[in-house]
Write a protein that binds this ligand. Sequence first.
Ligand SMILES: NC(=O)c1ccc[n+]([C@@H]2O[C@H](COP(=O)([O-])OP(=O)(O)OC[C@H]3O[C@@H](n4cnc5c(N)ncnc54)[C@H](OP(=O)(O)O)[C@@H]3O)[C@@H](O)[C@H]2O)c1
Length: 289
Amino acid sequence: MANDGRGPQRRPRRGGRRTQEAGLSPADAPGWALVTGASSGIGAALARQLAAAGWSVVLTARSADRLEALATEVSALGRACRVFVADLSATSGVEALLAFVAAEGLALELLVNNAGVGAGGDFATLAGPRQCAMLGLNVDALTRLTHACLGPMRARGHGAIINVASVAAFQPVPFMAAYAASKAYVLSLSLALWEENRGHGVHVMAVCPGSTDTGFFAAAEMSGGGPYQQTPEQVAAETMAALARRRPLVVTGGGNRAMVAAGRFLPRRWMLAAAARFARPRMRAAAGG
Ligand SMILES: NC(=O)c1ccc[n+]([C@@H]2O[C@H](COP(=O)([O-])OP(=O)(O)OC[C@H]3O[C@@H](n4cnc5c(N)ncnc54)[C@H](OP(=O)(O)O)[C@@H]3O)[C@@H](O)[C@H]2O)c1
């Protein structure tokens, strides 16, 4: 099995013979990584840790000033860095980003689909366009970027894609209904693509954080916090470790892993009520946006 030198070799536990270990370049030097949602939170932490590990990074989000500040940090580490400002909730933003990567001649070795937003509230009264913009970012942009990157990665025979889902991917969440459904899509897609692509040398991985101390809840018009809250740096560090081990899935944080494991054995009605008890008190607005 190939090993990029940044993690122990692991054999598949079950499921038959692999033709090739999916993953990154056989050359030890990491190449270019594209990180969406790099202006804050988990994306910024991941970009910093990737740069510290030797990756060159393309940083994208809507906030030019925050991206430029992070680019200065990355450059100080001696890593190459590009910044591209885009609103990925619109197809035109995704296409502009892909055109930029092509024009710069960057062969992406790693795609991190991290950009995502939530919307807390009663589905019936939350504004429809806001929920559709959320799906545009969380689902459509992630799908388009994944599809665009897979072809060249498979042609080269190596590469990796990290899709940031959530513990909300494991069960429906009343009062965050469309958000949780979007993350269930991300988890399902990523696991299926892990299986489809591991024989082509490309590793696809889903990351499922629980409550993380970022701007996420404020943007979702919810109050933050929650059980087992992590810092974005902790989430990023567990993601880096899982990437090195070629895991198909990482649920970050021991408390979150226990919660997800327990959820498999609990009655659906009980889970729905518990998820509603988490989300409902955190709603700041039931309408608007
Ligand atoms: N925080 C949590 O509790 C938590 C838990 C589970 C999963 N997650 C997931 O983790 C990922 C990162 O979120 P976070 O917690 O780090 O929150 P965050 O700090 O709010 O980061 C969200 C990132 O997405 C970018 N973004 C938002 N809307 C965008 C748009 N229309 N176009 C392009 N970029 C956009 C934001 O940058 P700009 O505003 O500059 O565009 C920012 O860089 C998301 O996918 C989220 O669903 C978070």
